[in-house]
Design a protein around this ligand. Structure first.
Ligand code: HEM
Length: 515
């Protein structure tokens, strides 16, 4: 009783002393990080290097990518962006961090960002052990080679043809010569999700047929934003349960569970069907002992990852590139001229007809440079014994990252870095671009965990953009959504794409499909 009375009487003092102790601890922690931490020699602003709070606020605001780009501009190519994190804007860092180089294995992923969701089987993304990851890649490889993509071409072409035909219907319904204003981001999302759904699940999401997002697809961005919040909170595990509850509403958690169940159902339906078709599921190697292939549960988790990894990225690059093209009509005219000259009729348009078109490839390279779909990069950690990257010694368990935007838009790497100049990628590039460091751009990543879907992505990028520009004249729409500045959008692991409108007209001399 006496103790309780004393506590009540001194409640104010106890709170104040606890607060003072906490603030003193915080101050000592910040002073240690700024002046005595083994990374204190790496330049960076005190607000970012003293605690991780500023970094987290930046993630939560959706502007980590541009904040880090600004910090690189101010503090240099190798900077400290949190007490235990260093960001590199040096091309050599790609191979030194992400590749297996002469006896030094690629730096591992951190559990903090890449742990499997509770109750879910392991997928290729969170197979953290290099040997297990190698088993996944070996089992998946046959589905992602150039040869496999050629076999998958009929599936891709069918979806792209429907994309064109649906847009044609909209154009045909508009007044002659006026064309129609469409939110092209939606349509590009419809086609990329339907392609990857058809290849991954053996059934499309029906987005193109219904001109609507399938609920599974609508959920993806909310899910990724929730996953970004949840992962970022793992930096402070003590606060995680409370803040996790605040940052990720229960309804989103329930939707995520629902999302997972639907994926499993779709994959099981595909596995049970007798359909003989060249899709991803049929080409990945299965082994329920998990020795010479991936198990059914691993296949379910990996296919679900493929749908997201294969669509969110491709749709961002296509939308961003279209955004730059309509704002640069002279470049758009060059592209249209090239693709139309290459194929006289729509039937002539094949993967092989478009594969080596220099200007189409240059436009897409420039799109990948300016509109990187994952501009916050791919975090890794140094091995327990520490490592040297680009001449900078880093203790063990230091977070490291190459922030793509800081390199891709750097005036040190590129002439006129924020402008859209496909010409810089041509073999006959104008002299102004001769000093460009093209190897700074690694949109598909580097090393054993780089993008397995690269050949498929290139096939989709060329066919979808090429066929769009072959059939339609595109113009900037004089609407608010038509003026979207691509670079201003927020990022939560992937770009939070805003509506972007363009005016579409049927190319002169072509008859509408739906006359
Ligand atoms: C323009 C389109 C694309 C871009 C820019 C892109 C970019 C990337 C990058 C940078 C990584 C490496 C991430 C890391 O190092 O942690 C990656 C990994 C991955 N991508 Fe892509 N990607 C694209 C399209 C695709 C497609 C079409 C698919 C398949 C349908 C795909 C499937 C994957 C998978 C499964 C991984 C994980 C690989 C592993 O962990 O071993 N991506 N992608």
């Amino acid at each position: 009783m006496a103790l309780l009375a004393m506590l009540v009487e001194n409640f104010g003092k106890i709170v104040l002393s606890t607060l003072a102790a906490f603030l003193s601890y915080l101050l000592c922690y910040a002073i240690y990080n700024i002046y005595f931490h083994p990374l204190s020699h790496v330049p960076g602003p005190i607000l970012w290097t003293s605690t991780r709070l500023r970094y987290l606020l930046s993630i939560w605001s959706g502007y980590l990518h541009t904040d880090i780009q600004d910090l690189h501009r101010k503090y240099g190519q190798i900077i400290r962006v949190a007490p235990d994190e260093v960001s590199f804007a040096v091309p050599d860092a790609w191979s030194q961090i992400y590749s297996n180089t002469s006896g030094t294995p690629a730096f591992p992923k951190s559990k903090l960002w890449h742990g499997a969701a509770p109750g879910r089987p392991m997928s290729v993304l969170n197979a953290l052990d290099p040997k297990v990851h190698a088993r996944f890649r070996k089992a998946m490889d046959p589905a992602f080679t150039e040869k496999a993509v050629r076999a998958q071409e009929p599936v891709i072409q069918t979806r792209v043809a429907l994309f064109i035909s649906q847009l044609d219907k909209l154009v045909a319904a508009a007044k002659e010569n006026e064309g129609v204003i469409v939110n092209i981001v939606r349509w590009l999302a419809f086609v990329t999700f339907d392609v990857v759904g058809d290849l991954g699940f053996g059934e499309t999401f029906g987005c193109l047929e219904t001109s609507e997002y399938h609920p599974w697809v609508s959920m993806i961005f909310t899910s990724l934003r929730a996953a970004t919040y949840r992962a970022s909170l793992r930096y402070y595990p003590q606060l995680s349960p409370l803040m996790g509850f605040l940052a990720v509403p229960k309804s989103v958690m329930q939707q995520q569970i629902q999302h997972w169940k639907q994926s499993v159902d779709k994959i099981n339906r595909r596995l049970a069907s007798e359909k003989e078709r060249p899709d991803l599921i049929s080409m990945m190697k299965r082994d329920d002992d998990g020795v010479d292939g991936i198990t059914t549960a691993e296949l379910q988790a990996t296919t679900s990852v493929l749908i997201v990894a294969g669509s969110e990225t491709t749709v961002s690059v296509l939308s961003g590139t279209t955004n730059y093209l309509v704002k640069n009509p002279d470049k758009l005219a060059l592209l249209a001229e090239e693709v139309r000259r290459a194929c006289n009729t729509e039937r002539d348009i094949t993967l092989s007809a478009f594969k080596d078109l220099p200007y189409l490839n240059a436009v897409l390279q420039e799109g990948l440079r300016l509109c990187n779909p994952t501009p916050v990069g791919a975090p890794r950690v140094t091995p327990p014994g520490g490592a040297t990257v680009c001449g900078t010694w880093l203790p063990g368990e230091t977070f490291v990252n190459v922030h793509p935007l800081a390199l891709n838009r750097s005036p040190v790497m590129f002439h006129d870095p924020n402008a859209f100049h496909p010409e810089r990628w041509l073999s006959s590039a104008p002299p102004a671009f001769s000093e460009d460091k093209k190897n700074a751009v690694q949109a598909f990543g580097v090393g054993p965990r780089s993008c397995i879907g690269r050949p498929l992505a290139w096939a989709e990028l060329r066919l979808i953009l090429g066929r769009l520009v072959w059939r339609f004249d595109l113009q900037e729409a004089d609407t608010e959504a038509g003026r979207l500045d691509w670079q201003s959008q927020r990022v939560f692991s992937v770009v939070e794409r805003k509506p972007f409108e363009v005016r579409l007209k049927l190319r002169q001399g072509l008859a509408p499909i739906h006359a």
